[in-house]
Design a protein around this ligand. Sequence first.
Ligand code: GLN
Length: 270
Amino acid sequence: MCRHLAHLGPTPVTLAAVVTEPPHSLLVQSYAPSDMRGGGTVNADGFGVGWYVRDLLSYSSEDHARGEPVLYRRDDPMWTDASFLDLARAVETTALVAAVRSATVGMPVSTAACAPFRGEAGGSTWLFSHNGVVRGWPHSVADLAATLPALDLLTLEAATDSALLWALVRARIAAGKDAADAVAGVVTEALAAAPASRLNLLLSDGAQVVATAVDHALSYRTHADGAVTVASEPLDDDAAWTAVPDGSLLVARPGGPHDPPAVTVTALSP
Ligand code: GLN
């Protein structure tokens, strides 16, 4: 059932320091996850890492103040990509989202179906990931999909539940909702349409991370320099990791050396 993480901090870190080097890194979780809850044994159907780069020329036509995310995605297992493992040791960032994928049965295996998804909405460029499954896909959420602008439907990145959830979140942000409201609203509506779905969503614009825990594992920790990491599974056995209760919405912003990170965990309304 896929694994994902986001790391935001005041200090640049290498991609490797978060994604490939910790004892229970996302790389390890791609072949030996420990808390998959109801589906899959490995996350070998591809992976992706998106990281914000301040001075990158915008990939879209608009100018963004906060920096743009670079996206690296493959439809192979992370452990087979020696070039990624190499470049991860050389690339530094203050904000990244990464995921390893275990494709839900019936859904395509392709690079375009690998999280994170990237897109612009409301003046920011976002990275989005989903751990889980929409039950009864696609029939259960046909009405929800029909609420999307036609262009959003026609430009869905992949024929997967995750790509639809991303389009729904993005449409809400484009319509003026803040990120946490957009994510919470989509989870509530998707659960109403497709009960018992597993909906761990993760969204970042490089300044904040919004995540949900709905029938899937999620933990977070803060670091002394003000950084915050949110991950499906703790990356090591440090006691600083806190498990997020099921049915929660997490919003986190990094701090600095003199100001702690801000993390709030609230119950999602039913
Ligand atoms: N259902 C999504 C997909 O197929 C997510 C899969 C997962 O979490 N295992 O991409």
